[in-house]
Every structure is written in C-alpha cells, then in structure tokens.
Design a protein around this ligand. Structure first.
Ligand code: DX5
Ligand code: ZN
Length: 219
C-alpha cells in the first residue's frame, strides 16, 4: 500500500503543529523530518528539538532523514526526542552495519539513503537488514527542486533488488515529488513518497494535497 510522508521542511514553522494535524487529516502515514548539517549538504535545517516539539502533537510515526556527515553522533538524541525511524546516507557510512545495529538496538526502524549519483546496486548487501531504502530524486539540501530525470530507471533497479532480497523493505523517494512525478515514481516501483512543496505549498491546502497525492499513488 502506498504511503505519503509530508516533509515539514516546506512548512510554515510558525504553524508547524497545526500543519502536521492537517496532513494527518489528509491521510499522511508519517512525518518526514529533514536534518541538514551544512557539511554533507550546503544548508542547515533542524535538530532534535523539532522532533521533541512534534511528538505530543501527532500519533504519526516521525521519520528523521539525517543529511549529515557524522550520523552516529546524533542518533541517540533523535531517538530520545521521539523519532520512530532513522535514515542515514550510504555516502557518509561506507560500512553502515554498526550504525544499523545501533539503531535497531534502540528498537527503532532504520533506513538507508543515497543520492542521485550513487551506484544503486551498492545498497544490495544491506537490504535484508533495513526497513526502508531511500532513493533521492534530487541532490539533497533544499526543498522545491526538480525531480532528476533518470530517477525512474534507478527506482526500477532498486525495486528489482528489493524484490529479490527483502520484499518487506519499503522503497521511498524524496525530492521533486508532485502530481506528475508521483505517478512516474510509483509506476517505477516506489511505495513511499516524501513531498514537501507539493503539500505545504499547494493551493489546495495540505489536507487535500495529501489526499490527492495518495490517490495518484494508487490508494
Ligand atoms: C531534500 C530533502 C527533501 C525535501 C523535499 O533535500 O531531503 O525531503 O524537503 O522537498 P520537495 O518535496 O519540496 O522537493
Ligand atoms: Zn528528506
């Protein structure tokens, strides 16, 4: 079943709690929290205080996407703040196993992400041990960018690898997901869709925009 993960990076932070409740009303399955350190990506965003602030606001799982050079330093803080899933990048953790084990040991779900120029097949050995594989469909750092054109092909390859090694692993896409690209990414085999601008910047409002994307993804 397809799932939508609204990215609060595109939300009006003065209304964060209210906006999270609105996407929940639209059927959002989880909340995506983009953490940037100004090193791995050329931008800063938010830390564990935001997770702590949102925890009492919603029942939805809080999914933390760590776009940081040294994810190990931050995992405990985000888990203590109430994160349900921790995603980190293969680019900064060529041997991800110790960190995967650390996160699992804390009883949380774990995801591995990679950028649009990372060889997709390098994730294969870790697929049996993760809950989610995140195929970036933009170079991370900023919301509102265009979906990278060859992403469909990369999603198709990842789908093949997942079906072979761990069909329960979710295939998430992140970046430039809108009414058109969600259909493409879904046809290519993605089943979890992060969307920031298409939800919080939509004229329809976040509740209807979430519902609309879910319908387009086939739910
Ligand atoms: C990219 C972030 C994304 C981003 C998506 O740096 O990881 O989660 O917020 O935003 P949109 O949907 O606006 O491309
Ligand atoms: Zn993200």
């Amino acid at each position: 079943m397809p799932a939508i993960a609204p990215s609060i990076l595109a939300a009006d932070f003065s209304r964060l709690g209210e906006l999270v409740r609105l996407v929940e009303a639209g059927g959002a399955d989880r909340i995506h929290i983009d953490v940037m350190d100004g090193h791995f990506v050329p931008n800063l965003s938010m830390g564990s205080v935001v997770v702590k602030g949102l925890r009492p606001v919603t029942q939805l799982p809080l999914e933390v996407h760590l776009m940081v050079e040294d994810p190990m330093r931050f995992v405990d803080g985000f888990v203590a703040a109430g994160a349900d899933t921790i995603i980190f990048h293969l680019e900064v953790q060529p041997d991800p196993v110790p960190l995967l084990q650390q996160i699992r040991g804390l009883g949380k779900k774990v995801g591995l992400a990679f950028n649009p120029d990372y060889p997709v097949d390098r994730i294969e050995p870790y697929l049996p041990d993760i809950d989610l594989a995140l195929c970036m469909t933009v170079f991370p750092g900023f919301g509102g960018q265009a979906y990278v054109a060859d992403s469909d092909e990369r999603i198709r390859l990842l789908r093949k690898l997942i079906d072979r090694s761990n069909p329960r692993c979710e295939l998430e896409v992140d970046g430039g997901i809108d009414r058109a690209t969600i259909v493409r990414a879904s046809a290519a085999g993605a089943n979890v869709f992060v969307a920031g601008t298409a939800i919080f910047g939509s004229e329809l409002g976040p509740t209807t925009a979430t519902r609309d994307l879910l319908t387009l993804a086939g739910r």
